[in-house]
Design a binder for this molecule. Structure first.
Ligand code: GAR
Length: 217
């Protein structure tokens, strides 16, 4: 089976992007990273991508003013030029227009640093601590027009510790992110994930193997 051609969209350091690149170095992995696209020319992840011989593109959102549709169209033309099959948002901090999201329905993944639907938006780790959450984590989901919503593909949990700081909790969650994103993309690239009634079935079942889908940390 031919490997799916994946674009990773970033805005910053790109550690999740790096985890996907590492996973895809294995020739048996069902996806290859063919493009890293950033809305910021100084995103640290672009250096990592280039060091790994991966094509990079920059679509600078500041050139488009408030016109999200034009910005998304510019990204779409890059994705088409690189014949991309799947898109992975990895710390890509721009809201996407509904038309663009529709083009990539069930083919665009995002990673969010919380156990959705809890803690949508920003500052998830600080908010988890403030709220006294006992379990926190990360979610890989398909992108829908609503921010930080959409069918959940995989989640990973960490226990919140009594003496946790935001930085310590963020680091443990990030380690989980780096495990679940490559695993989730693998399932999608293998065609094993189907969305039914807004929920993901994996190999046809809602919760296939809880132990495999919730890495402990
Ligand atoms: C990650 O923690 C990711 O989950 C988060 O940004 C960070 C990017 O780090 N994404 C969001 O908050 C999106 N709502 P990275 O650039 O090192 O992958």
């Amino acid at each position: 089976m031919s490997r799916k051609r994946v674009a990773v969209l970033i805005s910053g350091r790109g550690s999740n992007m790096a985890a996907l690149i590492e996973a895809a170095k294995d020739k048996s992995y069902p996806a290859e990273i063919v493009l890293v696209l950033s809305n910021k020319a100084d995103a640290g992840g672009l250096v990592t991508a280039r060091d790994n011989g991966i094509a990079t593109e920059i679509v600078d959102h500041t050139q488009f003013g408030k016109d999200r549709v034009a910005f998304d169209a510019a990204m779409q033309s890059k994705l088409e030029a690189h014949r991309v099959d799947l898109v992975c948002l990895a710390g890509f901090m721009r809201l996407l227009s509904p038309g663009f999201v529709d083009l990539w329905q069930n083919r665009m993944l995002n990673i969010h640093p919380a156990l959705l639907p809890a803690f949508k938006g920003l500052d998830t780790h600080a908010r988890a601590l403030t709220e006294g959450a006992k379990i926190h984590g990360a979610t890989v989901h398909f992108v829908v027009p609503e921010m930080d919503a959409g069918p959940i593909i995989m989640q990973g949990a960490v226990a919140v510790r009594p003496d946790d700081t935001e930085a310590a909790l963020a680091a443990r969650v990030l380690a989980v992110e780096h495990r679940i994103y490559p695993s989730a993309l693998k399932l999608v690239a293998e065609g094993r994930v189907r969305v039914v009634d807004g929920r993901c079935l994996i190999d046809g079942v809602a919760v296939p193997d809880a132990a495999a889908l919730v890495p402990s940390a």
